[in-house]
Design a protein around this ligand. Structure first.
Ligand SMILES: [Zn+2]
Length: 473
């Protein structure tokens, strides 16, 4: 690990709130994988200089919700224009029994490479490829692939103890696990991989795939108690579309959030992907308990689910983070296009709700309120890190881990920018000069050293063919 002085950045966005969201810099000093100083710094003997002229520094992104196995399931016509429930049957559930160890590893590698090239340093993957008799260890493969690239990895250990109605028509549905087997594997994974440190490289969370459909209600209490005993966090999908509201009402006579509250599934150690469809009482409950959201705007748009009320959640007290979700519902699963979408869609949501003065509303001003680019950077970095228990990273500040994305602003969309700091999020694209994770180089000048992208492309094409044959068989 090199002692590094990043010199002469054009701008630094810190991931901190309020006035601290920008640091004048222009230099950042790294020692032993940590940030030790920011400001106008003089080079010291023995340190390597990284010239960041015309570059913008962000905290490396923290992606809080993904399904890496879906990286080989992009753009299947059967699911491209579908909504959530038919899409689940047509794509991820139809294909998941067709994966073998090699295809799963290839998919994980593709997704992790795409994320790294977008400036992401920490990936939380909601993996639900588990079933009795599965002859490969998907958890181990994910940890291995993330480590090989030099990324931090959080396993959101999904899975199900009951079959969903939507799977009943599938010829190759994966069989559910028993709750005993699920808990035994959580204990195995916690012992093998979970590091409670705030700047850990590996963590594990308890994450049955959905609270309403994947497990029996009493198991939610059981799994939450075991997670808290082991010091693990809780995660799941929730309220992605209106179908969750119908299901909670039909099955339990309540709302999805109230149902989770009744089973110990709200709190600062709990996060849910999506949370698109919420009533005001649900927003209040999520806020009061400081429950987290992994906001996935591109997937929510692609599946026609809606736009999550992120600003209302944050105002109520909920924790906000950004996830790309799986590539089967978001063909551009990278953190720059995702944060770009979050910025635009939240502002559009404000505008959609605006009413003119003549009809008793607040007029156009309501639409312009938020979020700022700095808000979105904070959600995608410090917000995600805190939600995963990684409070030692996610900010460009002294004492934090040196997880830093340095972007060049030489794409045509950046030429003419008056404020370079906003470029990567406002433009939705930028080339990395360097991605550092724990002070170590992961991406250099838009490339991952040692990665043969042509070979990966060839393997991906062969993988798609194999999966299509496997799912048809
Ligand atoms: Zn998901």
């Amino acid at each position: 690990m090199t002692d590094l002085l990043i010199r002469n950045t054009a701008a630094i966005v810190t991931g901190l709130p309020g006035a601290a969201a920008r640091h004048a810099g222009p230099d950042i000093r790294l020692r032993q994988g940590r940030i030790t100083a920011l400001g106008q710094l003089t080079p010291e003997p023995g340190e390597t200089i990284l010239d960041a002229t015309d570059c913008v520094a962000y905290p490396a992104w923290v992606n809080t919700h993904h399904h890496l196995f879906q990286s080989l399931l992009k753009g299947d016509p059967l699911g491209l224009n579908a909504t959530l429930t038919p899409w689940l049957t047509a794509i991820p559930y139809r294909y998941r029994a067709a994966f073998d160890a090699d295809l799963f590893r290839l998919a994980a590698r593709i997704g992790l490479v795409e994320l790294a090239l977008s400036g992401c340093g920490t990936v939380a993957d909601h993996n639900y490829l588990y079933a009795p008799g599965l002859d490969f260890d998907t958890s181990a493969i994910l940890f291995e692939e993330a480590a090989a690239l030099g990324l931090r990895f959080v396993l959101l250990r999904g899975g199900q103890t009951r079959s969903r109605q939507v799977e009943s028509t599938l010829p190759q549905a994966l069989r559910p696990e028993t709750p005993e087997a699920y808990l035994a594997d959580i204990q195995r994974l916690a012992a093998a991989y979970h590091d409670p440190a705030p700047d850990a490289w590996r963590k594990v969370a308890v994450a049955p795939t959905t609270p309403l459909h994947a497990v029996h209600p009493q198991e939610l209490d059981l799994f939450a108690a075991e997670a808290r005993r082991l010091g693990l966090r809780l995660h799941s999908h929730l309220s992605e579309t209106v179908s969750y509201q119908d299901a909670a009402q039909d099955m339990h006579g309540t709302t999805p959030i109230r149902f989770c509250a009744d089973h110990g599934w709200l709190g600062p150690d709990v996060s849910f992907a999506h949370l698109v469809k919420l009533d005001p009482e649900e927003i209040r409950l999520l806020g009061q308990t400081h429950t987290g959201i992994a906001h996935c705007p591109q997937s929510n748009g692609r599946l026609g689910s809606g736009i999550a009320p992120v600003l209302a959640l944050e105002a109520a007290g909920a924790q906000i983070s950004i996830g790309v979700d799986g590539a089967a519902s978001n063909e551009a699963a990278d953190m720059l296009s995702e944060t770009h979408a979050a910025w635009l869609m939240q502002r559009a949501r404000n505008g959609e709700a605006a009413r003119p003065h003549c009809r008793g509303g607040q007029g156009e001003a309501q639409a312009a309120a938020a979020p700022t680019v700095e808000d979105v950077v904070r959600w995608g970095s410090a917000g995600g890190a805190d939600l995963l228990g990684l409070t030692g990273l996610g900010r460009l500040a002294v004492g934090q881990a040196a997880d830093i994305a340095l972007y060049r602003l030489d794409q045509p969309c950046h030429l003419g920018l008056h404020d370079p700091a906003i470029g990567p999020v406002a433009g939705g694209k930028a080339t990395l000069k360097r991605l550092l994770v724990g002070g170590k180089t992961v991406v250099e000048d838009g490339r991952i050293p040692g990665l043969d992208l042509a070979q990966l492309s060839h393997q991906a094409r062969a993988g798609v063919t194999q999966l299509r044959q496997g799912a048809a068989g």
